[in-house]
Design a protein around this ligand. Structure first.
Ligand code: GMT
Length: 376
């Protein structure tokens, strides 16, 4: 059974947009007809594929509007596409405002399209605490026909914060194993002029406060005192200038690569011995899975969904937020014990390709669509 599915997400760099786009691509490969309804072409939708259509949401810039009404323009576009493409499902990623726009669109048309909302994290863990938005988020969740969240922890947080009774299904993140896999990186290493005995530690994020990139630098400062190592920082965001200053003040500039947003993250990540994700909020941590799929163990913090991804001491390590000493000790332990690292790398790869395998996760979403439509 194949469906006509509308997908709305934030199309720029960011975990929720990446997951939504990869899901759309995977569903299209399975024969579903996919209609992306977004404000610009999702950045991962960079090649032409069968069964994929793109409908741009254009926001009216009329001068009377102090704030251009994105949510209304989106609802209007959704209604148009539901009608003319006869959508079965409208799958929105990120509750605010997408679930609300979807509800409005459904009210506007004479078609019982089913709304599936996926919660990705900050739509609950940050916006859910804003009293001006929380009732609206709750409304969007309650009016959806099915709701998923990217970890069990996020389900728990959503229910307790917003006092929600309805069922929310856990559906984890996944990565495309045709892109994320372990690979030879000798040439790439040479191109960066990194000697073969130098360890590589990496971190990928959008450099927001919640990612605590300063902790990554502080850990690195300790590690490089005990072993030869470099730090690769991938991504951009508001904290980047602060981090650049910190690196400079700690006199580590010669050992830290600021790579910005990269297209070929998989290759750079594959080159690493260990990746660090030391966030204070993280509903899943897609970048952890990207590393694991490349056979790279990750040290993550004991918050949100991270412990659901990394099995402490088996496929990586879990440490307390801000515990620089113990994170540095674990990092050094991994770097100095190649056998342990190899074992963890194998476990990480196994976990990424079994528990979080794309086929499994995509099938979970298909089942959710199927169940929502069965209840017609
Ligand atoms: O990590 C970010 O800040 C981006 C954010 C987003 O909304 O795009 O990512 C969230 O969704 C990802 C995909 O489901 C998750 O893997 C990330 O853990 C989650 N980020 C947070 O919870 C902070």
């Amino acid at each position: 059974m194949t469906y006509k599915i509308g997908i709305t997400c934030y199309p720029t760099v960011g975990g929720s947009g990446v997951v939504a786009t990869e899901l759309g691509k995977a569903l299209a490969e399975k024969g579903h007809q996919i209609h992306f309804i977004t404000s610009s072409l999702p950045f991962r939708l960079d090649e032409q594929k069968a069964n994929i259509y793109f409908h741009e949401v254009v926001v009216n810039q009329y001068s009377v509007f102090r704030y251009p009404p994105y949510d209304l323009a989106l609802a209007s576009k959704m209604a148009e596409i539901i009608k003319c493409e006869e959508l079965d499902i409208l799958h929105v990623h990120y509750a605010i405002p997408h679930a609300i726009s979807a509800y409005l669109a459904k009210e506007m048309v004479d078609r019982d399209v089913k709304i599936v909302t996926t919660l990705h994290g900050t739509d609950i863990t940050v916006l859910g605490y804003d009293p001006s938005l929380s009732d609206m988020i709750k409304f969007g969740i309650e009016k959806s026909d099915a709701v998923t969240a990217v970890s069990r922890d996020l389900i728990h947080q959503t229910k307790s914060l917003l006092h929600i009774q309805r069922s929310i299904s856990p559906v984890y993140n996944f990565v495309d194993e045709r892109i994320y896999y372990p690979r030879e990186t000798d040439e790439l290493r040479k191109s960066f002029e990194i000697d073969s005995d130098v360890h590589i530690i990496s971190h990928v994020s959008n450099f927001r406060k919640v990612k605590r990139v300063q902790d990554v630098v502080r850990v690195f400062e300790k590690v490089q005192q005990k072993t030869r190592a470099v730090l690769m920082l991938i991504g951009e965001g508001p904290e980047l200038p602060v981090i650049k200053d910190l690196v400079k003040n700690l006199k580590l500039s010669h050992l830290v690569f600021f790579l910005g947003n990269q297209k070929r993250v998989a290759e750079i990540v594959s080159m690493s011995d260990v990746k660090l994700l030391l966030s204070e909020k993280e509903s899943f941590g897609l970048v952890i899975l990207e590393a694991m799929a490349c056979g790279v163990p990750v040290i993550g913090t004991n918050i949100g969904g991270i412990p659901e991804v990394i099995e402490d001491g088996k496929s990586g390590f879990i440490c307390e937020v801000g515990d620089i000493e113990s994170i540095a000790a674990r990092t050094l332990y991994l770097l100095k014990n190649p056998m342990v690292r190899k074992q963890m790398s194998q476990e990480a790869l196994k976990r990424a390709t079994v528990t979080f395998h794309q086929n499994r996760i995509v099938a979970d979403y298909e089942q959710i669509y199927h169940n929502a439509l069965k209840e017609l």
